[in-house]
Design a protein around this ligand. Structure first.
Ligand code: ATP
Ligand code: MG
Length: 317
């Protein structure tokens, strides 16, 4: 069995996309699993401290509400080895290779100033990974370049200073649920996007109903209008996929109105128990804090020898 590692950035509020594409698979894989909130990554672009605190607390509570209690849960900033190793890796990385990172170019585009941390973000991400010595890293297309850099840095470090890091293999996960934005079904639902097209995990049922009712479909009114066709009918296809992923049935649906009512019911049925558990946990924030504090203690213990080996190899006393 290999170590599993996944970090979620508290850059917004968790969506149905995050639940179906991330939290559900994470809940199925909790042995030797480290699931973190990358609060430091949330600071690479302009941020509001009070909002970051609020988002982080909400996300921590949602991870527990989603049933991830058996995994090791932690906040990245509570495990100082992440930033300590990132610095050592910055002494291994070249500015040229960081300059080639597509995400840096995209997120920095049109900004009159970008934070230095946005530039070095992929190095912190490399530290996040290498500290836990996973042998494989499943990664979606948007993060692939960063994990390739992680491998390059690990290989270069090992060659220059001695074998310290496990070089992880990159695996592309089997195409899982990819929930699209309800208002623009050609792009994916995102927690940092405008919430009109995103179903948030804490949206009350009437908000879910309104967002689904306003979801973009098409002008097809024929008897077979309710059918999946990603090219020609992206909005309807997305609604059908959400329906199936939430345990609903597409049988016998002959109008978009009926489809939307079924989608709403199925989504609400999935969110209601989650929201109930969230409310119970939110009433007892000390319990959530205690779970994350215990997780950070475990993370500090497993990462300490890796950081110490890297320091020693580089000539630090
Ligand atoms: P951001 O806008 O900050 O990038 P995001 O919603 O895309 O937010 P990420 O932090 O990039 O979320 O990703 C967290 C996890 O959620 C990843 O495992 C990612 O694959 C998954 N995920 C994100 N959006 C979707 C989606 N629309 N459908 C399925 N899975 C998703
Ligand atoms: Mg994303």
């Amino acid at each position: 069995m290999t170590t599993t590692l996944s970090l979620l950035t508290p850059s917004g509020r968790l969506t149905l996309g995050n639940l179906l594409g991330a939290l559900r698979p994470m809940a199925e894989r909790q042995d030797d699993a480290y699931y973190g909130l990358s609060d430091l990554h949330a600071m690479t672009t302009r941020h509001d401290p009070a909002l970051l605190r609020e988002r982080t607390a909400e996300m921590a509570t949602l991870l527990l509400a989603a049933g991830l209690e058996r995994a090791t849960l932690f906040r990245q900033s509570a495990v100082p080895a992440h930033t300590a190793l990132a610095y050592l890796l910055e002494c291994t990385a070249h500015t040229g290779e960081l300059n080639r990172m597509i995400q840096f170019k995209e997120k920095g585009r049109g900004q009159d100033s970008t934070r230095a941390s946005l530039f070095t973000y992929p190095v912190l991400m490399a530290a996040d990974i290498l500290l836990y010595r996973p042998s494989v890293v499943p990664v979606g297309e948007d993060q692939r370049q960063h994990v390739e850099l992680t491998r390059d840095l690990a290989i270069r470090f090992n060659r220059t200073y001695g074998e310290v890091f496990t070089v992880p293999e990159i695996v592309t996960p089997a195409a899982g649920a990819r929930v699209m934005d309800l208002a623009d079904p050609t792009r994916k639902m995102s927690k940092s996007a405008d919430a009109a097209g995103s179903i948030l995990l804490l949206d009350p049922p009437e908000v879910v109903r309104r967002k689904v009712a306003r979801a973009v479909t098409d002008s097809d009114t024929g008897p077979t209008s309710v059918r999946a066709d990603r090219e020609a009918k992206p909005g309807v296809t997305n609604l059908l996929e959400i329906l199936l992923a939430c345990g609903g049935s597409p049988d016998g649906l002959s109008s978009y109105g009926a489809l939307k009512r079924s989608v709403t019911d199925a989504v609400v049925a999935v969110l209601e128990p989650l929201q109930k558990r969230y409310a119970d946990l939110a009433a007892d924030p000390a319990r959530v804090d205690a779970v994350f504090a215990a997780g950070a203690v475990r993370c500090r213990a497993v990462t300490a020898p890796v950081l110490a080996a890297a320091e020693a190899a580089m000539g630090l006393a």
